[in-house]
Design a binder for this molecule. Sequence first.
Ligand code: BG6
Length: 450
Amino acid sequence: MKMIIIQFGGTGDLALKKLYPAYDHLMAKGFDFQVLALGRRFKDRDQFVSTMIGDDASQYFLDRLDYLHYDMEDDAAMQVLAGTLRSMVSGSGQVELIYYLALQPSLYEEAIRQIQEVDATLSCACELSKKIVVEKPFGFDFESAYRYNKILETAFTDKEIFRIDHYLGKEFMQNLLIMRFHNDIMRSIWDNRSIESIQIIFDETHGVDQRLGFYEQIGVVRDTIQNHIMQIITYLTMNEPATLSPEDIAIEKVKVLRAISPIEQFAMGRYESLGAHSGHIVDTPTYAAFTLFVNTYYFAGIPIHVRTGKMQKEAKSLIYVKFRNTTAQVMHDTSIAENGVIITIHPELTIDISMNLKEPNTSWKSKPVRFRFNQAETFGANTPEAYEQILQKILQGDKSLFPTMKEISESWRIVAPMLSNDHAMEVYPVRTLPRFAHHMAKEHHFNWFT
Ligand code: BG6
């Protein structure tokens, strides 16, 4: 079957940094497809390739990559796109068109309308199937997500719609489920009888870089909290699914999300130099911190403290699961440390379990030591990038790594209070943690793990 990915946002940052390298790797693995990049930035393919595609792209990929100057505001562009697609599919027996939207959410409605129009004019003496892939954030808020979905469903069935959250393609996410549900010792300690609190820390060193135009409209809540962070929370706290099938996992994820109240207590900030050269003030949050609770029987009462954002001193992504320390009380020894599980995602994927063991040459003194799993050391450094895993599933028509519409809607409901523009915004110097993150820790009597 001939597969063509029609890449909306083909000259954007995501396509450049993540999608094109992933397409290249997938082709090297034997997946057979073509890519038609659409964009306004370049007039022709030569300009596009010389500016957008790095030297390390393979010739094989370049031979299967085409470019079309496409201005969504110009009605004539649709005719050109339809004509290009007609000539690409002619003579083929079976064809699949994969429309991939990597655009500002505000452009989705129009893009979908145009796809429907192009789609209606396409006909070939072949068997034609289609898929649509929509990048996160899916929508701008609860209402718009619902509206986009309605429009999408007029042209595509749910099976044909792939809503992306690339975190589901990450090895650590999939490992969370395996770690929790393939190990009896983990199952029996993974609830509010043993866990005292959870921290999720996602600090990035980069700013919004080339994406100011996009980010300005999005901000940290829509960029990472409504999607990546909410998905991590579901993986950490879902009950055991009947099987690890996508349907069964989705059922449990929705239960978690429905058990979370809208986040009313939060703080946000933006880094000082955000949009400094744009000629206008960009007052979009780039950092946020909050605490939430998952009110299910086994997780109620465990505070989940989250902090995430840009322009930090060190790139750190980790989850810290802190266990209760009844032992210190029972043994009348406050020097006994708590046990914990530390899942580090960045700079490298490791899982540590910390335990207290005897310090040599002491009389019954213990010291926390870590038992470590290191993904690269154990399995080699060749784990595919998240986008590669996600794109592979799309090509294969496998929906196991995609959030459902229910999950997306529930996540919008949870973050809704954070979306209004009228909350206080701390302006933090670059490479520093906003003050509110320290205040929050003090107020809730905990220390950030790092
Ligand atoms: C993206 C966000 O979805 O995720 C970015 O748009 C963020 O702002 C990125 O930096 C983080 O993803 P990763 O894969 O680099 O952890």
